[in-house]
Design a protein around this ligand. Structure first.
Ligand code: NDP
Length: 287
């Protein structure tokens, strides 16, 4: 029977740890604050932003909410970010993606101070991860490392396969597994013989964005399988990129959907917010 890696339980532990750190900072007279910016009224974004604010409330982080109209210009958004970059009482800045078509996402990400970029998307933070310097790491892959470590999965020396190479999940995931001394392969839509490559992996991370694509024939007996995907199937039920029913009997540990990777993203955002205080005290990403 595969171990079910419980993302709800592990994310709750992390949020409780963050809550204690926030309380300790408050005892030193310091408050942690996150600015959350949403442009437009995309219903999924509204749900994500709401969940982030709720998590802030739970751990004791002050959230400042900026709800801007759909027709906001890029210059207006950049001016807001400039102001928040300057404010000493704002530690983290988060711009909920996707943004309306008139706004260039990379210009916005690049404008956030790297020291307040709690999503870890700024090129300076991506570069810091690449060369092993302190900085913010994208929350979903950082959460997956926590899931593995806190479930007793050893990464060092293991064959790790990341399926997907997005900037938000696949690439930082590969870099983090490398940092943990895994032997890392990255697959993508042009990869040939994916099943053959996948069947060698001790740790398989599926971030493909295709419902239940990873079936048992991709998975080595005894592998650890992490499912990043999140989809709604025909019946309205949530499912992942992994076909849980066929894969779970083959592997040693697996994350379910829901209740696996999903809850970790917000927990790691909270962790990044509290860590931003030390980065800002240091004044730079250099370590
Ligand atoms: P993207 O669509 O940005 O990236 C998907 C990646 O999968 C691409 O690199 C693509 O390759 C690769 N790919 C697509 N089809 C295949 C295939 N047939 N074989 C091999 N590789 C393939 O997705 P994201 O990385 O943003 O997200 C991945 C999944 O994770 C989605 O389901 C998303 O909803 C979910 N997600 C969940 C989060 C959570 O908190 N649980 C957070 C973020 C994402 P190529 O580069 O060649 O196009």
């Amino acid at each position: 029977m595969a171990q079910i890696i419980d993302g709800r339980k592990i994310s709750a532990q992390i949020k409780d740890e963050v809550k204690e750190q926030v309380a300790a900072l408050r005892r030193q007279g310091r408050e942690v604050a996150l600015a959350v910016i949403q442009v437009g009224q995309d219903p999924a974004s509204t749900v994500y932003v709401g969940n982030k604010k709720k998590a802030c409330e739970y751990v004791g982080i002050r959230s400042l909410s900026y709800e801007l109209p759909q027709e906001t210009t890029q210059d207006e958004l950049l001016a807001l970010i400039d102001g928040l970059n300057e404010r000493a009482d704002v530690n983290g800045i988060l711009v909920q993606l996707p943004l309306p078509g008139q706004i260039d996402e990379s210009a916005v990400i690049g404008r956030i101070s790297p020291l307040k970029d709690v999503d870890g998307f700024h090129p300076a933070n991506v570069g810091a991860l690449c060369i092993g310097r302190p900085g913010f790491v994208s929350c979903t892959p950082a959460g997956i490392i926590q899931l593995l470590k806190r479930s007793g999965v050893e990464i060092e020396g293991k064959e790790c396969l990341v399926i997907g190479r997005s900037n938000i999940v696949g690439k930082p995931m590969a870099l983090l597994l490398l940092r943990e001394n895994g032997t890392v392969t990255v697959a993508h839509s042009r990869t040939r013989n994916l099943k053959e490559i996948a069947s060698r992996a001790d740790i398989l991370v599926a971030a493909v964005g295709r419902p239940r694509m990873i079936t048992a024939d991709y998975v080595k007996e005894g592998a650890v399988v992490i499912d990043v995907g999140i989809h709604r199937n025909e019946g309205g039920k949530l499912c992942g990129d992994v076909d849980f029913d066929s894969v779970s009997p083959r592997c040693s540990a697996i994350t379910p959907v829901p209740g696996g990777v999903g809850p970790m993203t917000i927990a790691m955002l909270m962790k990044n917010c509290v860590e931003s205080v030390a980065l800002q005290d240091a004044g730079s990403l250099r370590g």
